[in-house]
Design a protein around this ligand. Sequence first.
Ligand code: NAD
Length: 505
Amino acid sequence: MKVLSTTTQQDDHFLISDYDYKSTNIEKNGDKYIAKPQITNFKFKTDTRIPKLGVMLVGWGGNNGTTLTGGILANKFNITWNSRRGTHQPNFYGSLTQSSVIKIGTCNTEEVFVPFKDVLPMVNPCDIVFGGWDISSLNLADAMGRAQVVDYDLQQKLRPYLEKLVPLPSIYYPDFIAANQGDRADNVIPGNNKLEHLNIIRKNIADFKQQNNLDKVILLWTANTERFCVEDPNVHGTAEKLMKSIESSHPEISASTIFACAACLEGCSFINGSPQNTIVPGVIELAEKAGVFVAGDDFKTGQTKFKTCLVEYLVGAGIKPKAIISYNHLGNNDGKNLSQESCFKSKERSKKTCVDDILESNKVLYPTEEELNIDHTIVIKYCPETGDSKKAMDEYIAEIFLGGRQTFAVYNVCEDSLLAAPLIMDLLLLCELFERIQFSKDSTEFQRFDTVLSWLSYLMKAPKSESGITTINALSRQRAMLENLVKVCAGLTVDDNLRLEVRYG
Ligand code: NAD
């Protein structure tokens, strides 16, 4: 695609687009709103050189880690396999960047769509070099067998590639994950000195980068859900306090926070795919200093994605959700870990907050704080027989016209890791892309996006935002935000869906 416009310039290294952002400033005057439309000029500068990207997964030998690595290798080497349904070709279904499309304009009256990945230059997922850690020593071929996610024939075909991949020993703080995980922890960095642990992880990252001749590395936590650490401003509040707490091996420093710190100190962005409070203020300060991003929390895959879509539809239609009752049962190792109350609590928190902004936006339906407090109940049960095919059963009860009720009972079978793996890939590819984008507001100097990369909220169950920026959970708004950002950077027009060019030529 080539954009011919007076508002974009391109040379060998950079694509610069000029964008007049239209917004409306609202002033309150008693019970009246005064709306003042305004235009702010932004310039976006995208480095179009694609780097050699390395990714280090924490929890590499888990269901997500093995499914992602194997799935990408299947695509890279075009490995086909057989199941009782016939012969399968590898694909990237479920990936926003690889398998969804964006409307770029109209040709006569026909709308033209292109793959998301083709709007701006992005890393090809098949070129990513993978590495990582796990507290279990199984190589990735055996770990994939343990996960019971991928068809047996594909497991066999991937074995020669995966058996060479062995996770590095990891940090294991048993107090943070379920006690039932202890039996797989045979690949653990010894000792209790958290500073030594941090330094070993830092060295692992530096070695991985150097040995694979990488331009950049991103770290992503896809290990077990930890309990929340008891956050204390004196322990986690600033980069300095956090480093001191690591030096003194403070008990409320989690393994995931050590990985986040190591990433920042090695100049790598860090993504938290689980719900716990890994990204404490001290981590954000370290990331800020290093000029890298942090993003989190918790992958938004099946049930929550649907919830933020359905509730957005109801509230958008002027219908008032009054109760959401969610039952989940799953039989994979994630479910086993979540069967411990402390870890379940982390998941419950991130699942519960996901509709807050959608309800809060509508003061017609929810005029008081009390009414916002709907029945939102989360139940998660571990049932080994279910394996990775998580069952989510949700009842949505909403109030309609004249006191009537509309009830949805939704039964959702999520092949958990097959949904998560493409999403993890998107997080990595988009994070890498955003490292190459800078913006300038009203002709000021170019700067990078904020350290907490809330642009990725479409992919996160409990999106973390910069302080002072409200979190958006509504799925269509999150997607539009991402789509419009890449379009603006490419110099394309943002779509307001009026379709005037189709209606009136
Ligand atoms: P999993 O239990 O199969 O994998 C986690 C891996 O992490 C295991 O191999 C375990 O040995 C390893 N591990 C535990 N502590 C570690 C440590 N300190 N260092 C290194 N490795 C460690 O789980 P999964 O299904 O792959 O899910 C991973 C995470 O993603 C979970 O926290 C889960 O809640 C989260 N998540 C998954 C989905 C999904 O749809 N699959 C959605 C949202 C969030």
